[in-house]
Design a protein around this ligand. Structure first.
Ligand code: FE2
Length: 525
């Protein structure tokens, strides 16, 4: 039967008084190569959120401020957003938001602005998908009934947030294309008896507590590294797409969700992605450049256009009931086509695209797990414009695939393919553990890890120069690389669309072994 429980909307101040912890949740986001969005949370509304900043920790002589201090029903915090603009690309600055709710946060942090497009120096990026809170409200050394015992953390084992925090010097920014915090897992955790001190009637508070916990844990990374995010299905509402309590023969639907815990509300409030400077829409789709790469975040959850109902939209496959985020017909696909057409491949030869759901995967190849309508909408554009790499998650496992187009493996493999390379890595970790790859594996599968391997991990992309890009799967428990593959692209074969005359990328060489004059090939696996 369907259970319908409607909670009264709580004003933030009332919820805060219930004893939940308010955290600073400090986070950054690139905004062009001369700006940085600084965001943080406070227990109450802030009339004039302000960031003091400067070139050194003891000289925070500049200030930036805004009037953006926003919240929503059931939230226990306000989200403050301040843009610092007029910065130099690739420079490090120190900053301190004000006010902060905790004295221990009141020390200057630092960030580095985005590399200027065309900067040829090597750099790395960290990518996680499907990452939930760790500890008492999420993934830990115990779980309720129904979670595979080998998928729980071992006592003392480093989790993915620990791993990222211990690897800060190894990446410029963290990219998280969806499923952030898993606050909507509160319901499953309650049903499975994992949360001993709360009940389903407390759901709205547990949901917010998980969000606060996660963003506080992530501050170890996000206060000093830009945190670029995209939408996943677990941001959409509070019921995890419908959750069944078998013991009581009940299935909960989105009707259990309080106002504020549906329609991507927390996600919309918490972040400010650079869609305003890339023609995108909110935190849902946008692009940005850094160094030799153009990065594109897609929305696989809503707004697919072309007659398709997004999986999280009302009437979609997930039962999430979310609304489209852009009223213009086919807005996302039209934006993607224009965005890719405008890329200057001499400045940013690499194009990396991420969306939450895959369309190629050795997994349950049914709507929901694999997004066929996403393939229909996006893939022709990614092939047409020579996208190099497509990243996704959603399935809680790791699979590196071959470059392929319309299901056909590129015969060149990683040695100068014309088709995009696909990697799914949804193994960052959350309460429920990992998923299984299906057998037999798809023909395009090249390497995989799943629930049987019980390894959590994240992806590291290293842009060596304009011809070589390495993907590593980093095991969170000990920061070791369990899979590594390098894509080679002969850029002379690339059609440089819309190249501007002042492009700065004039050769593909560097002095560290991947150079134009030393074009040794990385072994292709
Ligand atoms: Fe997902």
């Amino acid at each position: 039967m369907k259970a319908s429980i409607v909670f009264a909307a709580l004003l933030p101040a009332v919820a805060a008084a219930s004893g939940q912890t308010a955290t600073s949740q400090i986070r950054l986001a690139y905004h062009g190569d001369d700006g940085m969005m600084v965001s943080w949370n406070t227990a109450g509304h802030v009339e004039r959120p302000t960031v003091r900043w400067g070139a050194s920790a003891d000289k925070l002589h500049n200030t930036a401020s805004s009037n953006v201090s926003v919240t929503y029903p059931t939230s226990t915090t306000y989200n403050n957003h301040v843009l610092i603009s007029g910065l130099a690309p690739g420079h490090t600055y120190f900053y301190l938001p004000s006010p902060l709710p905790h004295a221990e946060d009141a020390k200057p942090y630092n960030f580095t602005t985005s590399r200027k497009a065309g900067d040829k120096r090597p750099f790395s990026v960290a990518v996680v998908v499907d990452l939930g809170t760790m500890g008492r409200l999420g993934l830990t050394t115990s779980a309720g009934t129904g979670v595979a015992s080998n998928n729980m953390l071992k006592p003392g084992e480093k989790n993915t947030i620990d791993s990222l925090a211990s690897s800060l010097s190894g990446f410029d920014f963290l990219w998280h294309p969806g499923d952030i915090a898993y606050a909507d897992y509160w319901l499953k955790e309650e049903i499975q008896g994992f949360l001993p001190n709360t009940t389903i009637a407390d759901g709205h508070r547990v949901y917010e507590a998980i969000l606060n916990d996660f963003y506080d844990e992530m501050t170890a990374v996000t206060a000093t590294r830009p945190y670029m995010v995209g939408p996943g299905n677990h941001e959409a509402n509070c019921d995890n797409g419908g959750t069944t309590d078998s013991a009581h023969n009940m299935t909960y639907s989105a009707s259990i969700c309080s106002p504020g815990q549906t329609n991507f509300t927390g996600f919309k409030n918490h972040f400010r992605m650079p869609s305003d400077v890339s023609g995108g829409t909110g935190n849902f789709w946008y692009s940005f450049n850094s160094g030799m790469a153009h990065f594109v975040q897609l929305d696989t959850e809503t707004d697919l256009g072309h007659g398709f109902v997004g999986p999280d939209e009302a009437g979609g496959s997930e039962g999430e009931g979310a609304a489209p985020v852009n009223a213009t017909a086919n807005a996302q696909a039209a934006w993607l086509a224009a965005d890719l057409a405008a890329v200057d491949r001499r400045a940013t030869p690499w194009i990396v695209v991420a969306g939450h759901r895959p369309w190629y995967l050795s997994h349950k190849n049914v709507t929901g797990s694999v997004c066929w309508s996403c393939k229909d909408v996006f893939e022709p554009l990614l092939v047409k414009y020579g996208v190099d790499l497509v990243l996704s998650g959603h399935a809680h496992l790791y699979e590196r695939q071959a470059p392929l187009a319309d299901g056909e493996v590129d015969p060149k493999g990683l040695d100068n393919p014309s088709a995009p390379w696909y990697i799914t890595n949804g193994a960052a970790g959350h309460y429920d553990g990992l998923d299984a790859l299906q057998s037999p594996r798809q023909a395009y599968r090249r390497f995989g890890l799943d629930t049987a391997d019980a390894v959590y991990g994240w992806s590291r992309l290293t842009f060596h120069n304009c011809t070589h890009l390495t993907h590593d799967f980093v095991a969170s428990k000990n920061n070791t690389v369990l899979d590594s593959a390098t894509l080679y692209k002969a850029r002379s074969a690339v059609e440089h669309r819309a190249a501007s005359p002042d492009s700065v990328l004039t050769d593909c060489g560097d002095k560290n072994g991947y150079g134009k004059d030393d074009m040794r090939r990385i072994p292709v696996r």
